[in-house]
Design a binder for this molecule. Structure first.
Ligand code: 2P0
Length: 349
């Protein structure tokens, strides 16, 4: 926890209400970026170099329940007490199982909660996190996890924060979490201010009930490098990264227009090109970042084959080996036949 983070939290909570409850709870959906976030301009406030655009995954995500040990008033003025407040340990449960404090999951949750702990008299929390995302499906749970955690804290303390502020706080836990406070299509504006006040996500005003996402879980191989280190390495060493922010801007523009016009072909092409361009920047980092496995390459070719035969299906890939397919309801049966292992997701229910 740095001073700059503490100050940021204090500013975001400046006008917050206070109506503490015994338990706070919230659900946040997972999301998949159609125009990816890759690269930070400032680490402490988790500020991205480029804006990104995602689709939230409806009922797939994280439900979190949080309570303080004992009841305390949560006010922003108590942040002033700062670091002389003793830190109490948290009990962090994941899918019903208590996580040892030294696990990376418990450590990430606790260090995020440290940002807010002074508001709760330095007490420990009990956090119960339930993910209904199929395990190992390659869907990031940090996005829905930090979004649900911030929303549950807001519910617990009765801050009454709007989505913009929730998004800014979720961003401190994980960049992609900034997008998971909304349903549907979401744009996270990178912003320019060093103080992070213009970097938050907004909902794209569109409902597309026929939009489908499919997950192809291809490989359980360990990621060579996590996203955080991977994007830093890419920014620092890849000569191709120079062209990335402009590509991101173009793709977001194309995808927004495509959503407006319900032009699925334009959306799919821009999303697929964006994901493969991101992987090109990763591969051109040094040491190289190759998240794709042989199975990923095989399936990329399979997608191109079936598309050449007339089936409108596009792919996107995050920092891992698994593919996510994009298609419309009318092609659900054909896509399922071409990709029997596909896990079907309906983002709009
Ligand atoms: C995204 N990814 O837009 C991109 C595409 C992975 C590839 O956001 O360091 O866990 O916590 O801000 O959000 C994964 O990175 O990284 C990610 P941090 P995060 O979905």
């Amino acid at each position: 926890m740095s001073d700059i983070q503490t100050q940021f939290v204090k500013n975001v909570l400046a006008d917050a209400a206070s109506a503490p409850k015994p338990t706070g709870s919230a659900f946040a959906p997972s999301n998949i970026a159609l125009a990816k976030y890759w690269g930070k301009r400032a680490a402490a406030l988790n500020l991205p170099i480029n804006s990104s655009l995602s689709i939230s995954l409806g009922a797939l995500g994280t439900r979190t329940e949080i309570r303080v040990r004992g009841s305390v008033e949560a006010t922003s003025s108590s942040l002033d007490r700062g670091s002389d407040v003793p830190v109490a340990p948290d009990d962090v449960y994941l899918n019903g199982v208590l996580q040892a404090p030294e696990t990376s999951f418990a450590r990430r949750v606790s260090s995020f909660l440290d940002l807010f702990r002074p508001l709760f008299a330095g007490r420990g929390f009990e956090v119960r996190t339930e993910n209904n995302i199929p395990t190992a499906a390659g869907l990031a749970s940090s996005a829905s996890g930090f979004a649900a955690l911030v929303m549950a804290l807001d519910d617990l303390a009765g801050w009454g924060l709007d989505k913009k502020r929730l998004s800014m706080l979720a961003r401190l836990g994980s960049g992609s979490a900034a997008r998971s406070v909304y349903d549907g299509f979401v744009q996270w504006n990178a912003g320019e201010n060093p103080d992070g006040t213009d970097s938050f996500a907004e909902r794209v005003d569109a409902v597309w009930p026929d939009f489908r996402v499919g997950v192809l879980e291809l490989s359980a191989a360990e990621k060579p490098v996590g996203s955080r280190d991977g994007m830093n390495r890419t920014v620092e060493t890849s000569a191709l990264y120079e062209s990335w922010p402009a590509q991101a801007r173009r793709d977001i523009e194309t995808i927004r227009t495509a959503i407006e016009n319900r032009d699925f072909s334009a959306l799919g092409a821009a999303a697929e090109n964006n994901a493969l361009a991101m992987h090109a920047t990763m591969m051109s980092a040094w040491p190289p970042l190759i998240y794709l496995q042989p199975e990923s390459i095989e399936m990329i070719h399979q997608v191109q084959r079936v598309r050449a035969e007339g089936l409108e299906v596009y792919l996107t890939i995050d920092a891992g080996p698994n593919l996510k397919l994009l298609f419309l309801a009318e092609n659900e049966a054909a896509v399922a036949a071409a990709f029997p292992e596909l896990q079907l997701i309906k983002p709009f229910g």
